[in-house]
Ligand binder design. Sequence first.
Ligand code: HEC
Length: 115
Amino acid sequence: MNRSGWKGVVLTSVVAITVVGCSQGSQTDSSQGESNETITVDAAKAEASYQSNCMGCHGQDLEGAQGPSLQKVGSKYSAKKIETIIQGGIGSMPAQVSLDPKERKNLAGWLAEKK
Ligand code: HEC
């Protein structure tokens, strides 16, 4: 062990600040098609999208029904991946094409927080 001479403290700071703001949206951010960087999740909207598009198969409280439970989906998939699943379907789940890209992204971000 030869550590003298190093005045080094190796500071590995992994700063993972995820600020998910709850902006009460009168501001609609326009035309952010694919970027994954700023997801501001509007939970109320996400829940509404969930209820009209997913609830029938994934349960009222994400507990699962015909489809699997999504209560911990965020520890399995990233928001991006969930978006892809919504967009393209997975296994026996059909693509959910009635969500527009913004809605899909918001919903995916919301689900990604379910851990
Ligand atoms: C017609 C029924 C149906 C609808 C509607 C539906 N799903 Fe699914 N979903 C499924 C089934 C079935 C699976 C399992 C697919 C497989 O693995 O074969 C699944 C799987 C998933 C998975 C992967 C879960 C895992 O643990 O692997 C996610 C995420 C998901 N659905 C999200 C959604 C979202 C979000 C919506 C609404 C936008 C939605 N689903 C709407 C039936 C549905």
